[in-house]
Design a protein around this ligand. Structure first.
Ligand SMILES: C[S@@+](CC[C@H](N)C(=O)[O-])C[C@H]1O[C@@H](n2cnc3c(N)ncnc32)[C@H](O)[C@@H]1O
Ligand code: SF4
Length: 369
């Protein structure tokens, strides 16, 4: 019998609605109390069929990630129909990771159990800050008490659990953040996503001219974060992601290992069979126009692989796929080193990642891939 090739693949589903818009957030999310669920499900189905047609081999889905927006707002009956749609179209790996983002004010323990029953096995809670005044500053709807209750409720339901926190807030001192991070660590979770606040032009913060921490403070905060996480056995495996051994998010690793993934829903992007897929940002445009697909050139593919691959800690990148002159300069700058024909960024390399990528990304197609 002929061997049957199934490429491993992740799926990202974007849910575009929230209960309110946070002033720092530039994700494709908007407030809508009564979305047209039937139209949305049809839109997701259309994306699936378009992408499936481009894939020469039926993939095996190893991870599924519901992000947003606030996907924990999805009514459970809708979520069930979504899962049925996905399972009708794809084969799921027996150990598939299914993550869902939840906001403390937009999920109950009962709903967590419903999601688990429907297949979710990893919950990611957007806590953002562990003090009341910064929760207010960040425009969050939930109190500190509700965020902590939500984490405890989730611990009763899920083993695989993440919280998101945003640091490098204006005027945040090292000792403020150390106190907060220690409190986060006392929750004893297997995974933490710790993002430095970025100010995007289009957001309320951007328009008000709010500034995040200075570069010097941001570097010091990042180093403190890595050190504290490492000593508590939750080391970094990527710039903003920290996990106990075995709890690294498989879906994130799909991106960084540059494996194929489908992006379904407004603003979602994907990579399938050498195509880059981009969906329109607003729900109305997405429903009306659908995805656009662009064939990537071999050079673009090689450059993107570098952009994604260099983010990962502890896994060297093949020198043969990088610009040789760039490697030399990066090593001279102290941004990286070479061992066994693999290039590894150093701590300063990670702090200067964008410049490092510009330096080492190939400007012609590498001969060896
Ligand atoms: C796609 S958002 C959705 C999460 C969820 N709706 C929530 O708010 O809890 C995922 C995460 O990105 C992070 N994030 C969003 N905007 C950010 C910004 N401007 N700077 C840093 N992190 C940001 C937050 O930690 C957030 O939890
Ligand atoms: S941070 Fe989360 S809840 Fe706030 S607007 Fe963005 S996606 Fe919505």
């Amino acid at each position: 019998m002929k061997a049957f090739f199934r490429p491993l693949c992740g799926i990202y589903v974007h849910w575009p609605y929230c209960l309110s818009k946070c002033p720092y957030c530039d994700f494709a999310s908007r407030v809508c109390k009564n979305p047209d669920y039937d139209a949305l499900l049809k839109g997701y189905e259309r994306d699936i069929l378009i992408f499936k047609e481009k894939m020469p081999h039926p993939p095996l889905i190893t991870s599924l990630y519901f992000g947003g927006g606030t996907p924990s707002l999805m009514p459970i009956l809708f979520f069930d129909s979504f899962m049925t749609l996905l399972q009708k179209n794809f084969s799921f790996a027996p150990d598939i990771e299914i993550s869902l983002e939840a906001n403390p004010d937009a999920v109950t323990q009962e709903k967590m159990r419903d999601f688990k029953q429907a297949g979710v096995n990893r919950l990611s809670i957007g806590v953002q800050a562990l003090n009341e005044s910064d929760l207010r500053f960040l425009g969050r709807r939930h109190s500190l008490a509700r965020a902590l209750d939500c984490v405890h409720e989730a611990q009763n339901v899920f083993d695989n659990l993440n919280i998101d926190l945003i640091y490098a807030r204006p005027n945040q001192t090292l000792s403020d953040w150390e106190k907060e991070l220690k409190e986060a660590l006392s929750l004893n979770l297997p995974h933490y996503s710790l993002y430095q606040l970025t100010i995007e032009e289009n957001t309320v913060f951007g328009k008000k001219g709010i500034l995040s921490a200075t570069e010097e403070t941001a570097v010091a905060l990042y180093e403190l974060t890595n050190e504290l996480m490492r000593t508590h056995h939750v080391p970094d495996y990527e710039i903003s992601n920290y996990a106990r051994a075995g709890f690294e998010c498989r879906h994130n690793l799909t991106y960084w290992h540059y494996a194929d993934y489908l992006g379904l829903g407004p603003s979602a992007q994907g990579r399938i069979a050498g195509f880059e897929t981009v969906n329109p940002r607003t729900p109305a445009d997405w429903l009306a126009k659908g995805p656009s697909l662009t064939k990537l050139t071999p050079l673009e593919t090689a450059q993107e692989r570098v952009i994604m691959g260099l983010r990962l800690k502890n896994s060297g990148f093949p020198c043969s796929q990088l610009a040789q002159s760039g490697i030399q300069k990066a090593c001279e700058n102290g941004w990286g080193y070479v061992s066994d024909n693999l290039f590894y960024p150093t701590k300063s390399g990670f702090l200067m990642l964008n410049q490092l990528i510009l330096l080492v990304a190939p400007d012609s197609i590498p001969t060896e891939q």
